[in-house]
Design a binder for this molecule. Structure first.
Ligand code: SAM
Ligand code: SF4
Length: 514
């Protein structure tokens, strides 16, 4: 096979924002070594599927892709096929047994090893494996500190052409919550928090490269907490540390009177807002409904560049089901949280996730979910049918007893209620001026452009519709030039659909995030 400087890589990413960031970091690392990237599998020397295990549906897609790759490998035996991410970590060697065409598997905790794995696969023609396995939930601070994965975040290379004004920054990896249905604590390991200095440094470098919107990532971002007194230092630099147990959050300001310097999530938001003002929009996902203190809401309320948007998955509206899910809050506590948000941030937009058809879910339980959704007025919700996941508590403890037809019906019903609520919220925007960060051509304009490329449409018929988001994460479409991508522009909203607002750009470019 050709040296790395001539190898073409094709990467396809499934799943959440964390996976998107992982793919970006792996791509940056490979680019630094001379690899080039292609969006055509047929000409790639290396194909990497960055996978998701959260639901069976996500895994099925990857099985399809890997199955198809068998024919590609027959045509080009030197092709390197890699399965990386959560599915690799969960299925491990079983994947290699099932699909001999796979050359490498690599879990989310080992992604810094990808270049070596590719080289070894090319050299030895033997399958390569890098998984955390039973070590995935190692728990000592030192073990986390010696974690090379941090290097992947730190070595991130950003150039002004790499982004559309927007970037993800990881603040926490892994999860300690063990919701009974969820594979994430097993595939991504324990909660590990990065030091505020490293996060600040990364945000500054992104801002220098022209990024104006940063989204902080973590499975439960509000549980971010860095204990400087307990931090391990290497060459004077504080290393990532394993997150504290739930007890640390019972204390209202999350400091536990240790006498040591603690950076809480509220402190981190304040720090980034004050120290990197070039970032005109600071966002974060995903928040956990428990332990979301007023300290965070107060910082948000007094920091104009922190977006008024919270994605806080409620998952269910019935206390019985929430208990079975091991979510550790009640529907009442969730509503109390939403009321506090509205008190501090009356203009905040809220989004949620829900699971329908969890084991034992009755009609009354489902009705409680519908009530919660109406009561909390989410601007949108991601609604999933329960999918039993191997290795989780729920699959062992509870029978998947809600028939598929009932799961489907409840899914459709909840979506319809959400759609009604979304339409009401969208209608309230009509006539208002909103600030929109332009992300690119709208899906409609992109489709038309593909048709021109295929010779089915004429160039002059292509629409110049752009798509972007408000600070509250509402999607807005309007006519404009693609030179505006990556900028914040003012738009007057003229009409609304449940998940899309349509408007007209106001002539003066905006100077502040909105
Ligand atoms: N950490 C986030 C939280 O707790 O809110 C969510 C992370 S998870 C990757 C994204 C969403 O997938 C969850 O909020 C949940 O609604 C859904 N999910 C996770 N496991 C699932 C399962 N076994 N079946 C169906 N949906 C699931
Ligand atoms: Fe999964 Fe729960 Fe952790 Fe979210 S908080 S990643 S749903 S275990």
């Amino acid at each position: 096979m050709s040296p790395s400087s001539q190898r073409h890589v094709f990467v396809e990413t499934f799943g959440c924002q964390m996976n998107k960031l992982d793919s970006e970091l792996v791509a940056g690392q490979l680019r630094g070594l001379g690899y080039r990237f292609t969006d055509r599998r047929e000409i790639a020397d290396v194909i990497l599927y960055n996978t998701c295990s959260v639901r069976q549906q996500a895994e099925d897609k990857v099985h399809g892709r890997v199955g198809d790759a068998k024919a590609l490998k027959r045509e080009r035996p030197n092709l390197v096929l890699g399965v990386i991410g959560c599915m690799a970590e969960r299925d491990g060697a079983a994947l290699l047994e099932k699909y001999p065409q796979i050359d490498l598997i690599c879990g989310p905790g080992e992604l810094d090893k990808i270049p070596v794995l590719i080289d070894n696969a090319v050299r030895t023609r033997q399958p390569q494996t890098a998984l955390q396995g039973h070590q995935a939930r190692r728990s000592s601070t030192l073990a986390a500190a010696a974690d090379n994965l941090e290097m992947l975040d730190l070595s991130r290379s950003v150039s002004p052409t790499d982004h559309n004004g927007s970037a993800y920054v990881r603040i926490t990896r892994g999860c300690n919550k063990f919701c009974s249905y969820c594979v994430v604590p097993f595939t991504r390991g324990p909660e590990v928090h990065r030091s505020p200095d490293q996060i600040l440094d990364e945000c500054r470098r992104l801002a220098d490269a022209g990024v104006i919107e940063v989204t902080l990532l973590g499975q439960t971002v509000n549980h971010y907490r860095f204990d400087h007194g307990a931090a391990v230092r290497l060459a004077g630099v504080e290393q990532p540390q394993v997150g504290p147990g739930g007890a640390a959050f019972r204390d209202p300001d999350h400091r536990l009177n240790t006498g040591r310097r603690i950076t809480t999530f509220a402190d981190l938001l304040h720090l980034l807002h004050e120290q990197v003002p070039q970032i005109r929009r600071l966002r974060f996902v995903t928040s956990y409904p428990r332990d979301f203190g007023d300290d965070i809401l107060q910082v948000m309320a007094r920091s104009p560049r922190i977006c008024r948007y919270l994605h806080v998955p409620a998952q269910h509206g019935s206390d019985v089901v929430l208990r079975r899910m091991n979510r550790d809050y009640t529907a009442g506590a969730y509503i109390e949280f939403v009321d506090r948000v509205r008190d501090h941030l009356p203009d905040a937009m809220l989004a949620s996730d829900f699971i329908v058809g969890f084991p034992g879910e009755t009609d009354a339980d489902f009705a409680a979910t519908c009530d919660l959704l109406r009561r909390c007025r989410f601007k949108n919700s991601f609604i999933f049918k329960y999918s039993p996941r191997p290795g989780t508590v729920a699959i062992d403890k509870f029978e998947d007893d809600v028939p598929e037809s009932v799961k489907k019906r409840r899914n459709v019903e909840l979506l319809a209620i959400q759609s009604q609520v979304s339409q009401e919220i969208a209608d309230e925007q009509v006539g208002r001026r909103v600030e929109v960060l332009v992300e690119g051509a709208s899906p409609h304009a992109r489709k038309q452009r593909r048709q021109v490329e295929l010779g089915w449409d004429r160039e002059e018929e292509v629409d110049s519709q752009l798509s972007g988001r408000t600070g509250g994460d509402l999607i807005v479409m309007f006519q404009g030039s693609e030179e505006l991508v990556g900028q914040i522009v003012p738009v007057r909203i003229q009409s609304a659909q449940p998940l899309t607002l349509f408007g007209e750009m106001i002539a003066v470019p905006a100077t502040a995030g909105g």
